[in-house]
Design a protein around this ligand. Structure first.
Ligand SMILES: [Zn+2]
Length: 237
């Protein structure tokens, strides 16, 4: 190996690692946007279900009120008929009917009270769900847009970093860059690594004395016996 080539290769690696990182970030953007949209949809569904619960409760109350009305009309009818009763038995029979209908009204009014309490609860839940929905909608408006802008920044940074690449590649032996690219594609992280504590800076395995010697002498390109990464001795390991 020679020092200028190593320097170019390290520069190339720095750029390429930036490109890999940007690519990953860009790939995650649609998924993140989708997640935000899904959250909003789920919030909308919940608000709609909460609204349905309010409507169902209001309908139940209306139904009860109708039944109360019917029972009251029935009582009035009985009372009219009672006044026209010819016998004492007939009179008493109406009295019984009136009492039964009165009892039914009492039950209905108890049920109505329960439904009224429930209505307060479901209305509070609906209001809460509407707030969550509003926040989720706002998130769609801001964050999806922000991610879109971030994507544009990534694209232009990507282009900038890529621009100087050709020049660096031209400074390095073809066989080295070919192998470097294979390693980089496979590992997706640094493949030109320094020696640290007599170990490979990539896989952290302890290197043989021969490998350490080769890297130190800088006469040839040295690779790790375990992971195949290029090794260099920067004097700090
Ligand atoms: Zn290694």
């Amino acid at each position: 190996m020679n020092a200028p080539q190593l320097k170019s290769l390290l520069k190339l690696q720095k750029n390429d690692l930036t490109l890999i990182q940007l690519k990953k970030e860009a790939q995650n953007v649609p998924e993140r946007q989708e997640q935000i949209r899904k959250n909003a949809q789920s919030a909308r569904d919940q608000a709609s279900a909460a609204h349905d619960a309010v409507k169902a409760c209001e309908n139940a109350i209306k139904q009860i009120e109708l039944e109360v009305e019917t029972a009251k009309e029935q009582i009035n009818k009985y009372k009219t008929q009672q006044m026209q009763a010819r016998t004492n038995e007939e009179y008493k029979a109406f009295e019984k009917e009136i009492a039964t209908a009165g009892g039914k009204i009492g039950e209905l009014e108890d049920r109505e009270l329960l439904e009224m309490t429930r209505l307060d609860e479901v209305k509070a839940e609906w209001a809460k769900a509407l707030e969550v929905e509003k926040a989720a909608e706002a998130q769609v408006a801001t964050e999806v847009q922000e991610l879109e802008e971030r994507l544009n920044v990534i694209r232009s940074t990507f282009a900038d970093v890529k621009e100087g690449r050709e020049e660096l590649v031209a400074q390095i032996d073809k066989e080295i860059t070919t192998r470097y690219m294979q390693l980089l594609n496979k590992n997706q992280n640094a493949v030109i690594v320094p020696i640290r504590q007599k170990s490979c800076g990539g896989c952290h395995m302890t290197l043989t004395p021969q490998t350490l010697h080769d890297a130190h002498s800088q006469q040839k390109w040295t690779v790790c016996n375990f992971c195949g990464r290029y090794l260099y001795d920067d004097g700090e390991g």
